[in-house]
Design a protein around this ligand. Structure first.
Ligand SMILES: NC(=O)C1=CN([C@@H]2O[C@H](COP(=O)(O)OP(=O)(O)OC[C@H]3O[C@@H](n4cnc5c(N)ncnc54)[C@H](OP(=O)(O)O)[C@@H]3O)[C@@H](O)[C@H]2O)C=CC1
Ligand SMILES: CC(=O)N[C@@H](CCC(=O)OP(=O)(O)O)C(=O)O
Length: 347
């Protein structure tokens, strides 16, 4: 299959290139950047030297390349709402790593992203690409547009869904304490991402206003069958990669940590990329670094009658490029693990 990448000089784009290098069924045709077009990939990213010496090109090269079957878009929000309809009409499969097609309700997008939404027709056509949850829908032959989930929603949803589906937790009591490494903010420099501001520092941000709140609630509502309101707080931490979401919710019945762990193991028994820890073990971001795994640890806190869930991912892999490739594998009927069987980088 022939693919193109828009936004190839960003972190998400570079991670797609790293992972696709190991993919046996893929040929990368064009890599696009508008600010660095004309330069070589190795100029932007010397670590690709002797591995990938492609030239970064203008979007026009993808527009005129009839050979391309599938496009990855790794661009900031607001960009693909115009680009993707054009490429869908040209018959290309589109996988969007940005948030532009995740929310079904355009008004909700406008409220949280403070930007105008994509046309409603295409919002309805998009399928939310959380593979472990939406696999059946993603496998329908008519699927041509995949809204790849956000990094925080991926860790959060995979951690909450089994307990919520079984109605073991009260949906109105959910609190999510989320932390991300700095690569989650992308490669464009900004004051808040300077070493001097991040190092030996920890910062809560977008309190009650994070754009991933409606995305998480949209999926939880589908799973639970009625409205869900979450408390969700994000923190930037002095780390390059990784997301940890520590979540709390009131239990609706008496249950032990061992029983809860078994419920999660059963829910994910066929899922290669989800690893449920044994009682007493705690997930750590390094255990998933560079890989497509999501690791989940559970504890029933008898004293407070709450469930504690800890979920970790690599924001650039399971939270972005890895999940996008998993989606590509899924819609093509390939083994979902193709190109993604990477041992985490530890320590
Ligand atoms: N970083 C992460 O961990 C995750 C990111 N995401 C989402 O993925 C997307 C990409 O993120 P990330 O790679 O981190 O961001 P970066 O800032 O690192 O890269 C963004 C890329 O988009 C390109 N771009 C910017 N504006 C335009 C435009 N108007 N038209 C075409 N290309 C444009 C930039 O290229 P140029 O310099 O040439 O303009 C750059 O290649 C974002 O929507 C982000 O929210 C999702 C999950 C996790
Ligand atoms: C650390 C950091 O700044 N992370 C970003 C994640 C952005 C992202 O992935 O945004 P979309 O999924 O909406 O495209 C943030 O919190 O906004």
């Amino acid at each position: 299959m022939k693919v193109g990448i828009v936004g190839a000089n960003g972190y998400g784009g570079a991670e797609l290139l790293r992972l696709l290098h190991h993919h046996p069924y893929i040929e990368i045709e064009n890599v696009v950047s508008h600010s660095t077009k004309g330069t070589s990939l190795t100029k932007q990213y010397p670590h690709f030297t002797k591995i990938n010496n492609m030239k970064l090109e203008d979007l026009y090269q993808i527009e005129i390349n009839e050979e391309i079957d599938l496009l990855f878009f790794s661009t900031p929000s607001g960009v693909t709402k115009e680009m993707i309809p054009y490429f869908l009409e040209k018959g290309k499969i589109c996988i969007d790593l940005s948030g532009d097609y995740r929310l079904k309700d355009g008004q909700l997008y406008e409220k949280w992203y403070k930007k105008s939404p994509a046309p409603s027709y295409y919002l309805q056509k998009a399928v939310y690409g959380l593979c472990e949850v939406n696999r059946k829908q993603l496998q329908l032959p008519e699927v041509k547009l995949i809204a790849n989930p956000g990094c925080y929603p991926t860790a959060t949803l995979l951690g909450l869904i089994p307990a919520l589906k079984e109605k073991l937790i009260d949906p109105d009591s959910i609190i999510i304490d989320a932390k991300s490494g700095v690569s989650g903010a992308g490669r464009s420099p900004s004051l808040g991402n300077l070493f001097a501001e991040i190092n030996e520092n920890m910062k809560a941000y977008k309190l009650g206003e994070h754009q991933h709140i409606p995305e998480i609630e949209q999926v939880l509502e589908e799973v639970y069958g009625e409205g869900v309101n979450i408390s969700f707080t994000t923190h930037l931490i002095p780390m390059t990669r990784g997301i940890m979401c520590t979540m709390y919710a009131n239990l609706t019945k008496e249950i032990t940590t061992e029983e809860m762990t078994n419920i999660y193991r059963l829910a994910y028994e066929d899922e290669h990329f989800i690893r449920i820890y044994s009682p007493g073990e705690s997930p750590a971001t390094k255990n998933v670094s560079g890989s497509n795994f999501c690791d989940i640890g559970l504890k029933v806190d008898k004293r407070t009658n709450r469930l504690i869930i800890v979920s970790v991912i690599d924001n650039l892999v399971k939270g972005a490029a890895g999940q996008a490739i998993q989606n590509m594998n899924l819609i093509n009927g390939w083994d979902e693990r193709t190109g993604l069987e990477i041992v985490p980088l530890f320590p």
